[in-house]
Design a protein around this ligand. Structure first.
Ligand code: ASP
Length: 348
């Protein structure tokens, strides 16, 4: 590994962007209570220095601290900053690949956002953007961060013949498309990709790789990264005893879109119907997802568009990017842009 100081910016390198998270976290009492810690404490340079010995000599690294936060506090302004920095760095011929250390709480949003705004560019340039993080803080006896970071660097440095460019994520020895990230467990070490199509990092599974290629072919052009304020979109969950007041409140307060995390196939409580109809008539974008966490939305109703198999957090990012894109390109509607993001092949 080379440190920030040792590698000139114009010589070939992997760029490592630090966003914080548990991988950079420290526990006051790591032996007795590793799950009680503060995220975003160590710098990206410090994290890299701990794995220096494990990095093959030919892999040169440059590090950049974008943020050092607990990712549950991730804001849209930071997504814009991260997206801009990934895009500019991909276009830099000295950058061979990018690794991002990120908190796992909102890695789903960051992964989906980067896939949708920088995925095609990465693919076209044959470069990999790789998100990673950890479930245990850096000073825990069983810390998973160092190995995840080493695996992510290896994946970013893998030669293009073995794997196409694109946006990926690496956790617990496995790699998945970053658009498939979803934290599905509070503490399991493989929580961010436990339910995602994935492959061992060391021995790529051919059926996963053909799924990757099919998904990439089905994905449309990159959408623009919102540069100012992002469109305001909220997620509402349907449940027993659901009431219309939350919808009415948001509709009267300037919300631009609502993602409905419905029950089962994507339906929602009938108590919502009148308020949703009024919201839609007012021009508020409605998207249907399912709170079950897996499967396609099959609910047919005149209200809203379906989000295919996208989870509510991903559908929210998709809707924000679609609303933003339609603002800049009047020849297409937000529905056109949204459809471009949602369509994916059956094999998933
Ligand atoms: N709360 C932490 C974060 O998302 C959790 C993690 O990184 O695993 O920053």
């Amino acid at each position: 590994m080379s440190s920030n100081q040792a590698v000139p910016e114009n010589s070939p390198h992997i760029l490592v962007l630090g966003m914080g998270g548990t991988i950079a976290g420290l526990a006051p009492n790591p032996e007795l209570d590793p799950r009680s810690y503060k995220a975003g404490e160590l710098s990206i340079e410090t994290l890299l220095s701990t794995i220096q010995e494990e990095i093959p000599g030919h892999v040169k690294l440059l590090a950049q601290q974008v943020a050092n936060i607990n990712s549950r506090d991730l804001g849209e302004d930071l997504l814009t900053l991260l997206g801009n920095s990934v895009k500019t760095s991909l276009e830099n011929s000295a950058v061979q690949g990018i690794v991002i250390t990120h908190g796992t709480d909102t890695a789903e949003e960051a992964g989906f956002f980067l896939s949708t705004t920088c995925g095609k560019l990465a693919e076209k340039l044959g470069k990999r953007v790789v998100l990673t993080g950890a479930m245990l803080p850096a000073n825990a006896p069983q810390a998973d961060g160092p190995l995840n970071l080493i695996d992510a660097l290896k994946w970013a440095a893998t030669s293009p013949e073995n794997c196409p460019g694109g946006v990926f994520a690496v956790f617990a020895g496995k790699v998945c498309l970053a658009r498939d990230l979803a934290k599905r467990h509070t503490s399991a070490l493989n929580a961010p990709l436990m339910d995602s199509p994935s492959s061992p990092v060391g021995l790529v599974n051919p059926s996963w790789m053909s799924g990757v290629r099919a998904t990439q072919e089905a994905c449309g052009d990159d959408l623009p990264i919102p540069q100012g304020l992002w469109p305001w979109v909220e997620i509402l969950t349907s449940h027993a005893g659901a009431r219309p007041e939350a919808i009415e409140f948001l509709a009267n307060t300037g919300v631009q879109g609502l993602v409905l995390a419905g029950t089962g196939l994507g339906g929602f409580h009938q108590a919502w119907e009148g308020a949703l109809k009024l919201a839609q008539d007012k021009g508020i974008a409605l998207i249907k997802t399912s709170r079950t966490g897996a499967g396609m939305i099959e609910e047919e109703s005149a209200l809203g568009l379906t989000a295919g198999s996208l989870s509510a957090p991903r559908a929210r990012i998709a809707l924000q990017l679609a609303l933003n894109a339609a603002k800049g390109d009047k020849s297409l509607t937000w529905q056109d842009f949204f459809a471009r993001i949602v369509v994916l092949p059956e094999i998933r």
